[in-house]
Write a protein that binds this ligand. Sequence first.
Ligand code: PLP
Length: 371
Amino acid sequence: MDKIQMVDLFGQYKHIEEEVNRGIRQVIEGSSFINGPDVKLFEHELGVYLGAEHVIGCANGTDALQIALMALNLPDDAEIIVPAFNYVAAAEVVALLKYKLVFCDVDPQLFTLDVEDVKHKITKKTKAIIAVHLFGQAAPMEQLMALSALYNLYVIEDNAQAIGADYIFNNGAKKKLGTIGHIGTTSFFPSKNLGCYGDGGAIITNDENLARVMKSIAGHGQSKKYFYDRVGVNSRLDTMQAAILKVKLKALDQYIANRQLAAAFYDKQLRLVDWLSIPVRASYSTHVFHQYTILVNSRDRDKIKNHLQEKGIPSMVYYPVALHKTDAYRYAGIENLNASETLTSRVLSLPMHTELTEDQLMYICDTINTL
Ligand SMILES: *Cc1c(COP(=O)(O)O)cnc(C)c1O
C-alpha cells in the first residue's frame, strides 16, 4: 500500500501528464505567458461547464473575493456578513476594504451559514452576505437569496471548495454553485477540487454590468490600455495555469466522482463508530467532498489526530480557531457564535483526494474502528 497522503497531486498528474505537458509546452512556444489564448478559452469552457455567462480569471481566490466586493461599490459604512467558521479570505477582504465585518454563526452539522443567525445580524446597514460553500457542499442559497430580495442585499458565493456541486432548489431545479448569487468566486489553489499548479482564481457572474466592472478592476481599472476608469488591482490568471486548468476541467466530473466514492466508503465504514459523526449532507446540495470532515464528539480530537498520525494516517483540522477568536479579527466582536467555536475543537478532516485506493481507505477505516 502506498503511503497515505491528505492530497495526491502527483498521482493525479500521472493520468494527464502528456496532455498537461503539451499544454505547458505550447504556452512556452507561443510565449504569450500573460493573457494568452488559453486564458480566454478556459474562461469560456468554465462558463459553459457552470452555465454562467461570464467567467473572469484572476490571480487567486482571495483576489476574486476582493474584486467582487470592490465591484459592488458599497457605501463606506456598509456591513457585510461572513461566517466565523471559515478560511480567512472573506473576512480579510471585508477588513481590507474597510467595511464593517459582521461574523455570523454556522449550522453545527452542515458547517455553512446559519440562516436564523443571518436574519438576526441583518441591520439597515447590511449590504452583502458572503456565503461560503464549505468543504464541498452549498450554503442555504435559496433562503439567502430570499433574504437578499427582502432586504436588498448582494450575495457573493465563495465557491473555492465546492466547484462542480449542484444546488437543488425546492422546485427541483438545479444550478451549479457559484452561479446563484450576484457573484461567485473560486480558487484554483493546487489542492482545491479544480486546482492548477500554482495560484489561480476566477470570478463568475451572469450580470453583464458587474462582469465589465470586475474585468476592469482586475486589470488596473482600465477599460482601454493606459486609460484608467477606476482604481483597480493587478490580478491575472497565468496562461500556463489556464492551459493546465483546461485539461483538468475535462476531468472535473471524474474527480468529483472519485471523491464521492471515497466519501461513500468512509460513510459505510464509519457510520457506526460511536464517538464520531460522519458528514451530514444538505438536502439542497450535492456534495463534492473537498474535505471529508468528521466530528469527534466524545473523545479528545487532538489525541485522535495523533493516534492516526502514529499509524501513518494524516489528518487536518480545518479550522482550529474561529476567526473572531484570532488577533486580527477579534475587533469585530462576538455575538452568538457558539457553533463556530464548538466546531473548532471537534472537526477532523480525513485524507480526501482523487487517488485514494480501496486498500488505503480500508486501512484508515479499520484503524479508526479500533481506536
Ligand atoms: C482556498 C480558499 C480561498 C482562497 O483561495 P486562494 O486562491 O488561496 O486565495 C477562499 N475561500 C475559501 C473558502 C477557500 O477554501
